[in-house]
Write a protein that binds this ligand. Structure first.
Ligand code: HEC
Ligand code: HEC
Ligand code: HEC
Ligand code: HEC
Ligand code: HEC
Ligand code: HEC
Ligand code: HEC
Length: 524
């Protein structure tokens, strides 16, 4: 098997046949050409390309026709070739590419950038052995597709086809449409502009507020959010505390318009009047942005301002909302939503990226959820940033509210990770075992129990759990790596070889699996 599984995906009907088009042709035609409507789909033909990633000694090449895009990776005499299943992104800044393997979605290390062509996808530049296997989770697709169809309890496994809708649908902002289609009158469907303030903001925040981490309430997934709810009914978003300081540096990031706008005087002093929809109509692509947005500014600032404002005063955006580079987006520029009197120099926006040291809720969730969700966020972010103190803060918070959430698998996993980071493998393992009892089909629980027993120096138990993880989800990579470490340390060459065999079977195109198998067969 050389080509990654081709999937036959029923493509959505043409926009003219869209169920809303008969009565709202203007909104449908206007929305169809937006970036959101084109956020995900089959890959479009791009010029062929090839490039070399020096750090890892990897050669990448791309062949692309209207029918098919094939990406190839070569390193140390091994080669892998993939047919791209989906392009993620409208391409206005960049495309990411997704491949499919046995029902799993993974992200390609190759990206295509507007004005710059082929290159490493953000996050892969410093990778020493890049490959096609960054799992594409439901949380990523929650923002980038109309609706995905994940298999419950898995990390990146999807039903066939993986999407109910590829591009972002009307329903993501207008809520369920059945009632309206049966009885098409005002009030039978949500109009975001008429929602109470917090619910109104939540419509756009579900995708435009990434924060450092988003934590679902017990028993919820991000995808349980429906337009009309408040975000905190389903999940809480945690941001870096310094990012809320209007006097702070706040480097722009790809997804930070919500945070930036909240810092503006316009938002802070207009008593809830200003929201995303004041300036953006999702069914209208302004033909002339300068004129279009100027009218939006003047809807509040009015003629009185123009009478006293220094001239020239036409291009409000050029002076108050300049385009500038972002700190995380591979040389792309975005619009500064802080609407400052005198915007800071562009250089300040990229150079000083500060890692968060303290997290705060964007909006606090109700009651005891505040501690639970913040604790979980601290453990996740702390783990990612390798900040022991942040993990420890989260751990203490979870221990203090555990009695309120005794059966909550997320809390158990969080506490287990806290113990693990503190090198208390035995306690970690006990807690992960409790989590497994609650969710016996979730492979991640077994992986962590394996890591915990390894940390407690019980290799036999570790192997048992890691094997269960592999059995539950053969396309989860980390258990193979831990098993390989355990077997190599024990000098068990036979098991190293057999593990590489299974790893290679699960990922036949993966470079490291091919090389590992070759070397163990040749005899180390
Ligand atoms: C059979 C005709 C018909 C179809 C089909 C239809 N609508 Fe409507 N819609 C109406 C009418 C009539 C109104 C009320 C008058 C108006 O605002 O144009 C309305 C109003 C709305 C409103 C404003 C509601 C309010 O309370 O302010 C929204 C939003 C809307 N429709 C969205 C949709 C979406 C999304 C679809 C497709 C899923 C859709 N409509 C399909 C006829 C239709
Ligand atoms: C389901 C997720 C989702 C929701 C809900 C959402 N957006 Fe977006 N939005 C995106 C994504 C993803 C992009 C980038 C698409 C791309 O270029 O691939 C985007 C792009 C945009 C853009 C860039 C211009 C364009 O043509 O699309 C604007 C402006 C925007 N969104 C405004 C809004 C506003 C205002 C709301 C709320 C009323 C909103 N979005 C709700 C996901 C979403
Ligand atoms: C919280 C929601 C959210 C998550 C999670 C998220 N993104 Fe995005 N992403 C966005 C939004 C919104 C934009 C548009 C930003 C803008 O135009 O300012 C965007 C932009 C992009 C773009 C550029 C598209 C273009 O041409 O404008 C790519 C590529 C991308 N994201 C890839 C990913 C991948 C891959 C993941 C998951 C591994 C991911 N993103 C996770 C919301 C999200
Ligand atoms: C990204 C969010 C978003 C998406 C996606 C979206 N809309 Fe809207 N829609 C809005 C907002 C916000 C308003 C309120 C605009 C206003 O009055 O300021 C609105 C208003 C409307 C209205 C009422 C217009 C009026 O005159 O009052 C209709 C009809 C409508 N949308 C139809 C659609 C249809 C059909 C689709 C899908 C093809 C769609 N919308 C997709 C956000 C969205
Ligand atoms: C919903 C109403 C509203 C809209 C729309 C709006 N503003 Fe404001 N803006 C305000 C309010 C309120 C203030 C604070 C009082 C003041 O300075 O007038 C403000 C303040 C400002 C300031 C002073 C900031 C400072 O640091 O002192 C600037 C500059 C500004 N706005 C520019 C703009 C521009 C440019 C636009 C359009 C892109 C815009 N505003 C759109 C309401 C709005
Ligand atoms: C005061 C007006 C104003 C408000 C309010 C506003 N935007 Fe924007 N936004 C703009 C302007 C102006 C642009 C640049 C448009 C252009 O150049 O075509 C822009 C661009 C964008 C883009 C395209 C990527 C980029 O950064 O250039 C996205 C996405 C976006 N806005 C999302 C949002 C979201 C989400 C909100 C609400 C939190 C919001 N905007 C509120 C004025 C506004
Ligand atoms: C050539 C650059 C430039 C353009 C174009 C421009 N501004 Fe300004 N604006 C400024 C500067 C600089 C200040 C600060 C003046 C000061 O601090 O004395 C300012 C101040 C303001 C203020 C605060 C006024 C106050 O009294 O506090 C607002 C509001 C504002 N601008 C809105 C706008 C709007 C709306 C537009 C478009 C119609 C616009 N500006 C176009 C440069 C510009």
């Amino acid at each position: 098997m050389f080509l990654c599984g081709m999937i036959l995906v029923p493509r959505p009907p043409a926009w003219a046949e869209h169920p809303c088009a008969k009565c709202h042709p203007k909104e449908v035609a206007g929305y169809a050409v937006t970036q959101m409507a084109r956020a995900l789909g089959p890959p479009k033909a791009r010029p062929p390309g090839k490039f070399f990633h020096a750090l890892s000694g990897t050669r990448f090449s791309i062949q692309s026709t209207p029918a098919r895009m094939v990406q190839r990776i070569e390193r140390r005499g091994a080669m892998g070739e993939y047919t791209v299943a989906y392009a993620l992104g409208s391409g206005s800044h960049a495309y990411a590419y997704l491949i499919e393997l046995d029902g799993h979605l993974f992200q390609s290390p190759i990206g295509y950038f507007a004005g710059r062509g082929w290159g490493m996808s953000p996050g892969y530049e410093s990778n020493r052995s890049p490959d096609f296997y960054r799992p594409v989770t439901r949380d990523c697709l929650f923002c980038h597709s109309g609706s995905a169809r994940p298999v419950e309890g898995t990390f990146n496994t999807y039903q066939n086809p993986p999407f109910e809708a590829e591009g972002i649908t009307c329903e993501r902002c207008h809520g369920p449409s059945e009632a309206h289609l049966q009885n098409p009158v005002p009030g039978s469907i949500i109009n975001p502009a008429n929602l109470p303030e917090r619910a109104r903001a939540s419509v756009c925040e579900q995708c435009h507020l990434a924060g450092e981490e988003r934590i679902p309430n017990p028993g919820k997934q991000l995808s349980d959010f429906r337009s009309g709810m408040e975000l905190e009914d389903v999940y809480a978003v945690y941001v870096s505390k310094v990012s809320r300081d209007p006097e702070g540096v706040n480097p722009l990031r790809v997804v930070s318009q919500v945070e930036q706008l909240a810092l503006s005087h316009c938002a802070r002093e207009s008593r809830g009047k200003l929201w995303c929809g004041t300036c953006h109509d999702p069914h209208v692509q302004p033909a002339n942005p300068k004129t279009y947005f100027r009218a939006r500014c003047l809807s509040c600032h009015g003629a009185a301002l123009l009478a006293k404002h220094s001239k020239p005063d036409f291009d409000c955006l050029g002076c108050h909302m300049p385009q500038r580079p972002v700190s995380d987006g591979a040389h792309t520029v975005f619009t500064d939503h802080r609407i400052a009197r005198r915007p800071a120099p562009a250089s300040a926006s990229v150079s000083s990226v500060e890692l968060p040291t303290e997290l705060v809720a964007w909006r606090e969730p109700a009651g005891a959820l505040a501690e639970r969700n913040r604790g979980l966020a601290e453990i996740k972010v702390g783990d990612r940033l390798e900040s022991f103190s942040m993990v420890n803060d989260g751990f203490k918070r979870l221990m203090a509210c555990w009695d309120k959430f005794p059966d909550d698998p997320a809390v158990l996993m969080g506490i287990g990770k806290g113990f693990l980071v503190a090198n208390d493998g035995a306690h970690a393992a006990q807690v992960f075992e409790l989590a497994i009892q609650k969710q016996p089909n979730v492979a991640l629980g077994y992986l962590y129990a394996g890591l915990a027993w390894r940390s407690a120096h019980d290799e036999t138990k570790a192997v048992g759990y890691l094997e269960r993880a592999v059995a539950l989800d053969p396309q989860m990579e980390q258990p193979y790596h831990v098993l390989l470490d355990i077997y190599s340390e024990a000098g068990n060459r036979e098991m190293v070889r057999r593990t590489f065999e299974r790893y290679h079977q699960a990922f036949p195109n993966k470079i490291d699996a091919q090389i590992g198998l070759r070397e163990t067969k040749g005899g180390l």
